[in-house]
Design a protein around this ligand. Structure first.
Ligand code: NAD
Length: 283
């Protein structure tokens, strides 16, 4: 099937970025959310993404206008889903919500439509089991901020078919992204590695090895990471980092036990940029 119409479910931080990347890649994109205010906000932010792309010479002004004109913002799921050729879900990281969305999508979309999830940690195998088409369910893990980040990590569930993996890779590439295709295991590749590095940095801080600035600087300049683990943790949110570590500790074992200092920061509501204070102070 040729893919022209992409539907994105959830217009939050990730969904609006994914919708923009799809439109900039030439797809007709429908962005669905249950909250009309979110859609209005998403539309304004997507306008800014297009403006920035034009200013930086990444898109022609007329191409940006055409792409924007091919976008639809809706709170109406059933009718819009029936036109979709490919769906990417970006609702909150909560299995009950995702299950409900996939059950609806399974009912409303054409039978041959691929249903992708942007989950950071959850099992595409489990999500697929809530549909009648587990061979067409796959995880498509974008990174924040979507317009800037190059990779889409594609994760195959147990039942995901080769055709589904190939078509998903082609869609991500059409959106201007690089891809890796991996098999499902807790934390995939990227969440697992960055959780471990982020946790080790907290152990070092607790042991008095260095200040956050020194540890970040050592990792950036010595190991050539674009961003030190504390700066990244504050950006992702220390509560999110802790939640991921708790999940990996449960599924993969002792080496992911969260650092007591990280736990203490979260208890103090030092969650990072979003609360004005994490490891660093943003006030
Ligand atoms: P978010 O809270 O910013 O957005 C979620 C959106 O989903 C909200 O706008 C909400 O109104 C909407 N929503 C809730 N229930 C819905 C439903 N039933 N149907 C349609 N829309 C619904 O969340 P986010 O940060 O964009 O995360 C979305 C997904 O992406 C999660 O699975 C998350 O783990 C994953 N993810 C997040 C990041 C990140 O850095 N934030 C990175 C990679 C992956």
């Amino acid at each position: 099937m040729s893919i022209k119409n992409i539907m994105v479910i959830g217009g939050g931080i990730m969904g609006r970025g994914i919708a923009y990347a799809g439109a900039a890649g030439g797809y007709n994109v429908t962005l669905f959310d249950i909250d009309d205010n979110v859609l209005q906000e998403a539309e304004r932010e997507i306008d800014r993404f297009f403006e920035t792309a034009v200013e930086r010479g990444k898109l022609e002004a007329t191409t940006a206008e055409q792409a924007k004109a091919a976008m639809t913002f809706t709170t109406e799921m059933e009718k819009q889903a029936s036109h979709a050729d490919f769906v990417i879900e970006a609702v909150p990281e909560n299995m009950d919500i995702k299950r409900n969305v996939f059950e609806q999508l399974d009912q409303y979309t054409k039978d041959d439509v691929i249903l992708a999830t942007n989950t950071s940690t959850m099992s595409p195998t489990e999500i697929g089991s809530y549909t009648g088409r587990p061979d067409k369910v796959i995880a498509m893990h974008f990174f924040n901020p979507v317009p800037k980040m190059k990779l889409v990590e594609i994760i195959r569930g147990l039942e995901t078919s080769d055709d589904t993996a190939d078509a998903t890779r082609a869609v991500a590439e059409q959106m201007g992204k690089k891809t890796v295709v991996v098999n499902e295991f807790p934390g995939f590749v990227t969440s697992r590695m960055s959780s471990l590095v982020g946790n080790e940095a907290f152990h070092m801080l607790q042991e008095g090895v260095g200040t956050p600035e020194e540890i970040d600087r050592a990792i950036e300049l010595g190991l050539n990471y674009p961003m030190g683990p504390f700066k990244l943790g504050d950006l992702v949110g220390l509560d999110t980092r802790l939640r991921n570590l708790e999940y990996l500790h449960k599924t993969l074992g002792e080496r992911f036990r969260p650092s007591p200092l990280l736990v203490k920061y979260v208890k103090a509501n030092r969650l990072g940029k979003k609360t004005g204070k994490g490891v660093y102070d943003y006030t």
